[in-house]
Design a protein. Sequence first.
Length: 170
Amino acid sequence: MGKGTERRQEILRLMAASQRPLSGAWLAEHFSVSRQVIVQDIALIRAAGKEIISTNRGYVLKVPLQARRSVKCYHTDEQITEELYAVVDLGGCVEDVYVNHKVYGQLRARLDVASRRDADRFVESIHSGMSTPLKSVTSGYHYHTILADSPETLDLIEEALRKKGFLCET
């Protein structure tokens, strides 16, 4: 295995272990190479299928969302944005919304809200009059499937929803 391959594996390991972005300058100094070598390494790592996000503070390895949990919620239409932000601000993704209707059974709609921007778009489409929230057919009660990188993150999301009064204890 060549030096470049070993360096790229170590870059991935460092990113996976880091709680903060790693700057190109820091990586270059750490490996005693130029910043341009790091930029090329990042390009090769991406070409190999790893998702690395470039931020103004450095590089971040996007961790796949592997943990999943359903939560039961209740809130007003005006609080939809606040609910979605509570999830995405902690790194979660609202995969869907569903209700258990007494006549029609389970009704489910895919959301895939993973950022504030996604949340704003969703809420804007609701407020534009295109439709009403699915929760309106069950007096505000609804469920979400939440995705996150770990069960611990899901616990944090549940706690945030609980503190806001949105989580229904089942």
